[in-house]
Design a protein around this ligand. Structure first.
Ligand SMILES: [Zn+2]
Length: 173
């Protein structure tokens, strides 16, 4: 399981010129078990030191697939990874810990303001958009999403007045 993916990854990304980001995006069409087997292979066979982007992408996928056993190898990378990207790392840990507590979906983590999660996630379905005016001159984007698992609806307000977009989550049902 996942061995086809490992071969393709070695051929196209490690020895070829395909961007790893593209390869990881294509995993969304794979069965969960193969995607997990592949990502586990990546994090146990490739080093963070050599390929941080690839390791981050693999743990990002594992966290979103709620693969609880991968919490431990992720926890071992704390020092190396948090050197520069504390928030990104804490977010993946939070996703896995949330899954470990038995939560059926990632909504608890998405709505936590400290992670600034954009509404574009595979486990969410976009159900609408809008705009909101603030004081007549600042306009924010509104994205309405539905969690495919718990069926919660969220209004995510995206504010572009910071250095990078800030997403604010509010329950909508
Ligand atoms: Zn949910």
């Amino acid at each position: 399981m996942g061995s086809e993916l490992i071969r393709a990854f070695q051929r196209d990304v490690i020895e070829g010129s395909m961007e790893s980001r593209k390869f990881f995006l294509s995993l969304k069409d794979e069965p969960r078990e193969s995607a997990i087997a592949f990502c586990r292979w990546v994090v146990s066979n490739i080093t963070y030191e050599k390929h941080p982007v690839i390791i981050k992408a693999a743990f990002d996928k594992l966290a979103h697939l709620r693969d609880i056993p991968s919490l431990e190898p992720l926890a071992q990378l704390r020092e190396e990874w948090t050197n520069t990207y504390l928030n990104e790392y804490e977010y993946l840990i939070a996703l896995m810990e949330n899954a470990q507590t038995g939560a059926k979906c990632n909504c608890n983590v998405y709505q936590d303001g400290k992670f600034n999660v954009p509404p574009y996630q595979d486990d969410l379905e976009e159900i609408g958009t809008g705009k909101r005016d603030h004081d007549g001159f600042i306009q924010t984007d509104l994205i309405y999403v539905l969690c495919r698992t718990c069926e919660s609806e969220w209004e995510v307000e995206i504010d572009y007045t910071y250095h990078y977009p800030h997403s604010h989550w509010r329950r909508n049902n």
